[in-house]
Design a protein around this ligand. Structure first.
Ligand SMILES: *Cc1c(COP(=O)(O)O)cnc(C)c1O
Length: 438
């Protein structure tokens, strides 16, 4: 498999090079030259296959000969070695729980896969790769955990001081070894800006080998397809494929789902569930893509004003607006609605949502109601939302809404007792540069 750059000004590369580079030299995103097809037979038998075999079948064509089968199978097996259950919330709505991994958010899957691929590519080489990443919360923890102790990789995480939750901060500052946390006295945008500048700094790039670990990297983006297949495996009514609602920020997750559908996975329709950061919701109404400055919300991992993966969704549909609209709808949900949804679903169905999942749930519920007229097909009346994080990651808001304490999982309990190790830094690129070069 070859990958081309969405800006079309860089040479095509294989999976290995795309993973090591992260972004194409022309600043475009790497995109697969073709979308591999999976036949109907496979889906008719899907219940018979263990998760790791499904994952291998999905990812193998994308990896090509960059990683031998046996090695790839063990990478995939480690990536999905925790449960990803589809849980029925009520008659119409199912929750795909993506929060059973080590850092309790879906980003574990992409981060675990990418770190193991990079570790494989660097084996036996003497050069060290520096993974540089800015986080508004969940990415940092998942990347820290995924890359912890991977030989040949040094991880530098920038996060805004005082603006991530207590759990999130502990997850990215307590590991030590090859994981370095920089606590930036500024906003997430400052962190992001510093990281972006490092990637374009020639002096840095001649002395260090830098790569990114956000969903721009194909090795983090592509494995996110896995759990859409696992959802279908557990879907009770195979003849009526589900509508799937995805809480979206940078649009990497939903883009992976749409890619899975294009390769044959039965899905009725996709919903991009957004908070008030509604660039895509507006785009689908007006066909005018207008980036905004991000507004802070309760679902902070989705506070993105210019979603970087949306270009890949356009690429899937060859930039044809009608094809896009046929497959994708988008709804924007306010914080008030998010809070009301957490409360209602807790009281009515005894199911505790996190703020991101709540956005996904409500967007799905609204969509299903709009499509439940007499002539509605069964498939338009049942759906899945992705529960992207465990509510315990956001106790500040969830406990206030429900009036109850959330039980802390044991794995988190021990992390919370560990000592935070971070280096404070003022916002400003030259300080980061000095740090990286020393
Ligand atoms: C990152 C994140 C999202 C948004 O995912 P994208 O792939 O950026 O659209 C949603 N929910 C949670 C909990 C996240 O951490």
């Amino acid at each position: 498999m070859k990958y081309y750059s969405t800006n079309k000004q860089s040479p095509k590369v294989n999976f290995k090079e795309a993973t090591i580079r992260g972004q194409a030299p022309d600043r475009g995103l790497y995109f697969p030259e073709n979308i591999p097809q999976i036949g109907k037979n496979f889906f008719q038998q899907i219940e018979k296959y263990p998760d790791e075999e499904i994952a291998l079948r999905v990812i193998k064509p994308y990896v090509g000969d960059s990683i031998p089968d046996e090695e790839l199978f063990s990478i995939v097996k480690e990536t999905v070695n925790f449960p990803i259950p589809l849980v029925k919330v009520n008659e119409n709505i199912f929750s795909l729980e993506l929060f059973h991994g080590p850092t309790l958010a879906f980003k574990d899957i992409g981060a675990r896969f990418m770190s193991r691929c990079l570790g494989y590519f660097l084996k036996g080489q003497d050069k060290e790769v520096t993974v540089l990443v800015a986080t508004s919360g969940d990415t940092g923890g998942a990347v820290a955990n995924g890359f912890y102790d991977v030989k040949g990789v040094k991880v530098v995480i920038l996060y805004p001081s005082g603006k991530v939750s207590a759990v999130q901060e502990k997850q990215l500052t307590t590991l030590g070894k090859n994981i370095h946390a920089l606590e930036i006295e500024g906003t997430f945008d400052d962190c992001q800006q510093m990281v972006k500048q490092a990637f374009t700094d020639e002096q840095i790039n001649t002395q260090l080998f830098l790569t990114s670990a956000n969903s721009i990297n194909v090795a983090r983006w592509l494995p996110q397809q896995f759990y859409y297949f696992f959802a279908y495996k557990q879907w009770p009514d195979k003849n009526n494929p589900p509508v799937i609602s995805v809480p979206s920020g940078n649009f990497g997750n939903i883009c992976a789902g749409i890619l899975a559908k294009q390769s044959g996975l039965p899905v009725e329709h996709f919903i991009a569930a957004c908070n008030v950061n509604d660039v895509v919701t507006k785009y689908l109404q007006t066909s005018n893509f207008k980036p905004q400055t991000a507004k802070p919300t309760l679902s902070n991992a989705m506070d993105v004003g210019n979603p970087s993966n949306f270009i890949r969704i356009l690429e899937i549909f060859h930039h044809r607006f009608p094809d896009l609209k046929k497959n994708l709808s988008s709804l924007s949900i306010t914080d008030e609605e998010t809070m009301a949804t957490i409360k209602e679903v807790d009281e009515k169905y005894n199911y505790l949502l996190d703020p991101h999942g709540a956005v996904g749930y409500l967007a799905l519920n609204k969509y299903l109601k709009e499509h439940s007229g007499k002539k509605a097909r069964l498939s338009d009346r049942q759906g899945i939302f992705l529960e992207t994080a465990h509510p315990v990651k956001f106790p500040e808001s969830v406990e206030k809404i429900t009036g109850r304490k959330i039980d802390i999982p044991q794995s988190l309990d021990s992390i919370m007792k560990n000592e935070k190790k971070s280096m404070k830094m003022k916002a400003g690129y030259y300080l980061l540069k000095e740090y990286l070069l020393k």
